[in-house]
Design a binder for this molecule. Structure first.
Ligand SMILES: [Zn+2]
Length: 272
């Protein structure tokens, strides 16, 4: 049995710093080849791409991850420790994706519930990061409030990463995932933007472009104009916090953009 996992995250950008490539694949467990560049098992999607039903540009063909595993609404356990305002932002982001999926795919992706989550949901001595203890299985997942810096560094994340989604898969299928949010690293104005982005990973979208050098089927973000669809997308890998002294340049993306909707429709066979 081979289980592999990867971290999907969002970077804070802007004048504050947040330099360096994102650690998209921080480790691999149980002996699989390291960091496979492209996800496989997306046969229907590949067919849709080659037949022209999914009109993504060639440099986004590799920007997809395994989708939610079941043709049903998945239960999202939201950590009870989030504040009221934080929970409201999470609800708004879940609703935004539900509106899209309802309109395009004919079902709501998410049903929200609240859960008590153990602060030690990651066993500290486990070699397998997919060995976590949060409610859900079979496609369900949790949104967890994380304050433990050690956990963050164990996952090769830094203070430039306010949130991350850990996705575990077996073969071509998603087996488990968990969305982790560092409340202390997310600015209140950007809560919904951050959650909306992470939920994009939860449903199976990789970034709109690659912060690194890029490949033919997953293009680099470098050199994109400010109004380029990949740059405008919620799934762009960075969100600027702007100037800490003036607040200018603080980015907020609270609604799905054209490129986000296009790729989600490709992945789920929904209406464009
Ligand atoms: Zn991300």
């Amino acid at each position: 049995m081979t289980i592999s996992w990867r971290i999907q995250q969002i970077l804070k950008g802007g004048f504050q710093g947040a330099k360096g490539a994102s650690a998209m694949c921080v480790a691999l467990v149980l002996g699989a080849a390291a960091c496979a560049p492209a996800e496989s098992g997306l046969g229907a999607l590949q067919e849709a791409i080659s037949s022209g039903q999914c009109p993504v540009e060639s440099d986004q063909v590799g920007s997809f991850l395994p989708s939610l595993p079941a043709q049903r609404t998945v239960t999202v356990s939201v950590d009870a420790r989030f504040s009221t305002a934080e929970k409201a932002a999470i609800s708004d982001a879940l609703s935004q994706w539900n509106r899209w999926s309802s309109d395009s795919v004919g079902r709501e992706f998410f049903e929200q519930t609240t859960a008590s989550i153990d602060s030690d949901f990651f066993p500290s001595e486990s070699a397998n990061p997919c060995d976590f203890a949060v409610p859900g299985g079979d496609g369900d997942f949790a949104i967890v409030r994380v304050t433990d810096e050690a956990l963050w560094s164990d996952l090769s994340l830094t203070s430039a990463n306010p949130a991350a989604t850990l996705r575990c898969r077996q073969g071509d299928s998603l087996t488990r995932q968990v969305l982790m949010i560092r409340s202390d690293l997310v600015r209140s104005e950007q809560w919904m933007s951050v959650v909306l982005h992470e939920l994009g990973h939860v449903v199976g979208l990789d970034h709109s472009c690659n912060l690194g050098a890029g490949t033919d089927d997953f293009g680099s973000c470098t050199g994109l104009d400010s109004d380029h669809p990949y740059r405008a997308a919620v799934m762009y890998p960075k969100l600027s916090v702007g100037s800490l002294s003036t607040g200018r340049g603080l980015e907020v993306k609270e609604s799905l953009q054209e490129n986000d909707r296009l790729r989600a429709a490709c992945l789920y066979g929904g209406a464009l």
